[in-house]
Design a protein around this ligand. Structure first.
Ligand code: PEP
Ligand code: MN
Length: 499
């Protein structure tokens, strides 16, 4: 889809001109990076607030609040993604399309943690390697939209752009700067509960897991899934028997990282901090110190041992609508120490892709960038091979992640957005096969999912049909896999490795 300009909600053009002041717009046009250098570049999906004093107040508050995540955690994830890029681990990333502030609630958070954990166990079993888990959670509040407005009862109203910006209720569609601060608190509260749950044993593999396979109607498929669960259960039992489950074994808890699309740059900038690198940072590896001097935006890293960290999440990605090489989002992302993702849709050309990698990762750090491909089940075969070839030739070593959701969204005749389970599986299967054929490998998957029993995607072992969509269709943006469909996707991906 063509990127679009967002709505100018102010009646006069004045507010639009004024907003640039609030974000410390710079005159500098050189390559020097600062957390606000993005403001010198053209921006897609721009937000126009009409109360600038309120925006400034919100950003000042955000700048004062403590980091939500730390450099030590961020660099730990970056090291894990290096392993993924080298084929030593698999990446599972998943969560809601649009996270609402209302999802900051015990059950919703818990069910998502448990689902991601179960899926990761299945994938560990299948791919026979560790799984890195990243939740689209604790901050996934900003949504790019293909149209700035939509029709509601015959009136054109602004589209819902995520809880960080405006509200879904028709009367809340004007961007509200107070939501920026609210996003921080909801993000922090969500991550606090994730951390507390993990520390209290939610992911403790000593306790039995509930796999619930009763819904799988096809007996052959159920037998196949049951075999996988039995195999996982037996392995855990074996570890207990040989005493490999002692307190240092890592069976008590797991790492779960957070992520969101870095879309609302005012928010991201306010949480971007110059902080001390942990000792594990690549800048401290002997080979890197001398080359650090020439790297854009990282000029000072060798000298003062610090770098710019986005402390709002461990991992951020650039959306398919905001990935313009000379645009604001790419400018912002190129200065970050965090591992980052770039959505790669059907309009991405290979030269553009390599130019992007060169801009955001000049030192070619392995696994620093995750390419999140989302072509669609019918386009992947004609697009992915060239991208793999071009990246190989460029010398960049990336994490190749398949997002089988966003190229496969359809509307039913009655206008309900949905996705076919079989189309999602088809794109993942093609990704696995194409990477294998090109002597590359698929590093991970990126899924829109929820731990609840929603009816938003059709197909899967429950046999959900278009007629079932109305039963529990609760997404405020894209259709998500429900708990059973998600787990089934993990079984099927795992099966590919074992076949
Ligand atoms: C998303 O991940 O929800 C999204 C908007 O994806 P994309 O940028 O790939 O369209
Ligand atoms: Mn989405």
């Amino acid at each position: 889809e063509e990127p679009i300009q967002p709505p100018k909600l102010s009646k006069s053009g004045e507010a639009a001109a004024e907003i640039k002041v609030t974000t410390k717009r710079q005159k500098n046009s050189s390559s020097e990076w600062t957390p606000s250098s993005w403001t010198t570049k053209p921006i897609k999906q721009e937000v126009v607030y009409n109360d600038l004093a309120k925006v400034q107040k919100a950003l000042a508050k955000l700048e004062q609040l403590p980091p939500i995540v730390t450099p030590t955690e961020i660099i730990k994830l970056r090291k894990s993604l290096r392993d993924v890029a080298l084929g030593k681990a698999f990446l599972l990333q998943g969560g809601d399309c649009a996270e609402l502030f209302d999802y900051c609630e015990e059950n919703a958070i818990e069910s998502k943690i448990k689902l991601l954990l179960q899926m990761s166990l299945v994938l560990i079993w299948g791919a026979n390697r560790p799984v890195v888990r990243i939740a689209r959670m604790a901050g996934q509040y900003a949504k790019p939209r293909s149209s700035p407005t939509e029709m509601h009862e015959g009136n054109e109203i602004p589209s819902f752009r995520g809880d960080i910006l405006n509200g879904y209720a028709v009367e809340d569609r004007t961007p509200d700067p107070a939501r920026l601060v609210s996003a921080y608190y909801h993000s922090a509260a969500t991550l606090n509960f994730i951390r507390a749950s993990l520390a209290s044993g939610i992911a403790d593999l000593h306790s039995p897991l509930d796999w619930e396979l009763g819904h799988v109607k096809d007996e052959k498929i159920r037998a196949q899934y049951t075999r996988i669960v039995d195999s996982i259960t037996e392995s855990l039992q074996f570890m207990r028997t040989v005493g490999a489950d002692s307190s240092a074994s890592g069976l008590e808890t797991v790492d779960l990282y957070t992520s969101h699309e870095g879309l609302l740059l005012e928010y991201e900038q306010s949480l971007t901090r110059r902080l001390k690198h942990p000792p594990s940072h690549p800048a401290f590896l002997p080979a890197r110190v001398s080359s650090d001097q020439q790297v854009n935006g990282h000029q000072e890293s060798a000298s003062d041992g610090k770098g710019w960290y986005n402390t709002s999440a461990h991992f951020l990605w650039i959306g398919d609508r905001t990935r313009q090489l000379t645009g604001a989002h790419v400018e912002y992302f190129r200065g970050l120490e965090n591992p980052i993702g770039i959505k790669v849709g059907p309009t991405m050309t290979s030269p553009e892709l390599i130019a992007l990698l060169d801009v955001v990762n000049p030192p070619k750090d392995i696994g620093k960038v995750t390419l999140i491909t989302r072509y669609g089940e019918h386009k992947i075969a004609s697009l992915l091979p060239d991208h793999i070839e071009a990246v190989k030739e460029s010398g960049h070593v990336v994490v190749w992640q398949c997002d089988p959701m966003h190229g496969n969204t359809k509307s039913t005749p009655s206008g309900v957005k949905t996705r076919q389970f079989s189309s999602i599986l088809s794109e993942v299967s093609s990704a696995l096969r194409i990477h294998r054929e090109q002597s590359s490998f698929l590093g991970g998957v990126h899924l829109e999912l929820t731990g609840d029993a929603v009816t938003e995607c059709v197909g899967g072992s429950e046999g959900l049909t278009e007629g079932d969509l109305s039963v529990n269709y609760t997404t405020y943006c894209d259709p998500r896999l429900n708990e059973k469909q998600s787990l089934e996707m993990a079984f099927l991906v795992a099966g590919h490795y074992r076949d």
